[in-house]
Design a protein around this ligand. Structure first.
Ligand code: PRP
Ligand code: URA
Length: 227
């Protein structure tokens, strides 16, 4: 299931780009499947992140450069702007190798956030950001649930000088899109799915469970399931 159509952009809502690709649908299905073990989960997360990150970089500025093929001179393109990737620890680390594969010289900063299970509010426990002024910042966090973590991460990025941020995620809830849109209306979101909503514990439904636990093999559910 791909999820619902992106909400119409309105005032205070971010632009949302929903990945539309059959491989994306198949990879997302592997991630959703509760029987997918750690090794397969990592591989599918990497491959799906390639599609999501490539889509998030569609507005990347390139410049025209001359190139000689074996047959004739022609014009080609070269990336002409600096990009900073910022994974939100831990789960965002599952998307970073894909961004590094697409942009091998990408600069990387880190933000560590953890959601309090009771109140669902994020606490920042780590931050290491390079200069962000004038750079395209690709924020990597696979799960946009209440939106509290993404909004807090954007607060940190803006405080560090970022003025062009794109959030790349894998599953978004309508609640998270609304919250992020209210706090950071100029941050577009690229996602592989928009799901139905949140359960009482703040998990995305149908979702894929706890991304960080499934990626790193922690948590009870992951320990029960082996490849
Ligand atoms: C997960 C996820 C997001 C956050 C989303 O991280 O990676 O950062 O929850 O939830 P929200 O939209 O309601 O804020 P978590 O806090 O579980 O930490 P982890 O990645 O270390 O497991
Ligand atoms: N974080 C996750 O990893 N999964 C959810 O469904 C919500 C927050």
């Amino acid at each position: 299931m791909r999820g619902t159509a992106p909400p119409e952009p309105s005032r205070g809502a971010p632009a949302v780009r929903l990945l539309r690709h059959p491989l994306g649908d198949a990879l997302l299905c592997q991630l959703r499947d509760r029987s997918t073990g750690v090794e397969s989960f990592r591989a599918a997360a990497h491959r799906l992140s390639l599609l999501v990150c490539a889509t998030a970089l569609e507005e990347l500025t390139v410049e025209v450069v001359p190139v000689e093929t074996p047959l004739a001179p022609t014009n080609g393109a070269r990336v002409a702007e600096a990009v900073v990737g910022v994974p939100v620890l831990r789960a965002g680390l599952g998307m970073l190798p894909a961004l590094e594969a697409l942009l091998p010289d990408v600069t990387v900063g880190y933000i560590g956030l953890e959601r309090d299970e009771e109140h669902l509010t994020p606490t920042r426990y780590y931050g290491k950001l390079p200069d962000l002024v004038g750079r395209l910042v690709l924020l990597l966090d696979p799960m946009l649930a209440t939106g509290g973590s993404a909004a807090a991460a954007c607060d940190s990025l803006v405080a560090a000088g970022a003025d062009r941020i794109v959030l790349a995620c894998i599953v978004a809830a309508p609640e998270g899109l609304a919250h992020l849109g209210a706090r950071h209306p100029h941050v577009p979101v690229v996602t592989a799915a928009i799901d139905e909503g949140l359960d009482a514990r703040g998990y995305i439904v149908p979702g894929l469970g706890d991304f960080g636990d499934r990626l790193f093999g922690t948590g009870q559910a992951s320990e029960r399931v082996r490849n």
